[in-house]
Design a protein around this ligand. Structure first.
Ligand code: CTP
Ligand code: MG
Length: 229
């Protein structure tokens, strides 16, 4: 059973408003991307592929600098996130399971990765997430409340999203042929273009995505606190 982590680190990080893309920003002395790769390197995953535009930086400043042994490929990404995922999926041909992860989520842990994989061996498709803490309202176009879903049924989803390779690859092949690209995560590709159910698996409220400048402060605080270790 071959398992491949596809770590996404292409894209421009526009909402971070920094000179360099956010994945290269140093957080507590290491590039943001280091933290998620370390968790996968320490886990039972067989191999890691990084999707990023600056392949030279990836080789020198990530793989060589930190001595990662499981990184087998650094792949150039695409314009949108789904293009980058598709580049990764094509490169991961021959794998049985893929774990698609945002390099901008540094706080995923080895244990969470292993639980997700074990669940995916049973379920075929698993998405990490957490139940929402706030009450969620569904609005209409005029910002009038249409509905208040039961909070226990509402989750915010994160990555890793873990799939049997053939399930997600077949769904992505169909999605890439469609002119309309209305999906916001990988599970949604399977929900719309496949016929397999997706299981939600809890990770942690710490598994945040570094998106805007204040998230860097939160990340530094996590790393320096014992919550991280
Ligand atoms: N990503 C990618 N290829 C893209 C866009 C995004 O690999 N074309 C990756 C990012 O590196 C990130 C993850 O997908 O790890 C989640 O995307 P997001 O946080 O939205 O990153 P960006 O698109 O770079 O940021 P922004 O939307 O603020 O421009
Ligand atoms: Mg984006």
């Amino acid at each position: 059973m071959k398992t491949t982590a596809i770590i996404l680190a292409a894209g421009k990080g526009k909402r971070m408003r920094s000179d360099v893309p956010k994945q290269y920003l140093e957080v507590s002395g290491k590039p943001l991307l280091f933290y998620s790769i370390k968790a996968f390197e320490d886990s039972c995953v067989d191999e890691i592929m990084i999707v990023m535009d600056d392949v030279k930086y990836g080789k020198e400043q990530i793989v060589n600098r930190f001595g990662f042994k499981k990184v087998v490929n650094i792949i150039v990404g695409g314009k949108e996130r789904y293009h980058s995922v598709y580049c990764g999926l094509n490169a991961a041909k021959g794998s049985d399971y893929v774990l698609i992860h945002d390099g901008a989520r540094p706080f995923i842990t080895k244990q969470q990765i292993e639980v997700l994989l074990a669940e995916t061996y049973q379920a075929g498709a698993c998405v990490s997430g957490m139940p929402v803490k706030d009450t969620i309202k569904i609005a209409d176009k005029r910002n009038q409340v249409k509905e208040t879903p039961n909070r226990d049924d509402v989750w915010m989803v994160q990555t890793p999203q873990v799939f049997s390779y053939s399930l997600i690859k077949n769904a992505y092949d169909r999605f890439m042929e469609d002119d309309r690209k209305e999906v916001t995560d990988d599970a949604m590709v399977l929900e719309k273009y496949g016929s397999h159910s997706v299981k939600l698996v809890k990770t942690s409220y710490r598994n945040i995505k570094i998106t805007t400048p204040e998230d860097i402060l939160i990340a530094e605080a996590f790393i320096q606190s014992e919550l991280y270790h």
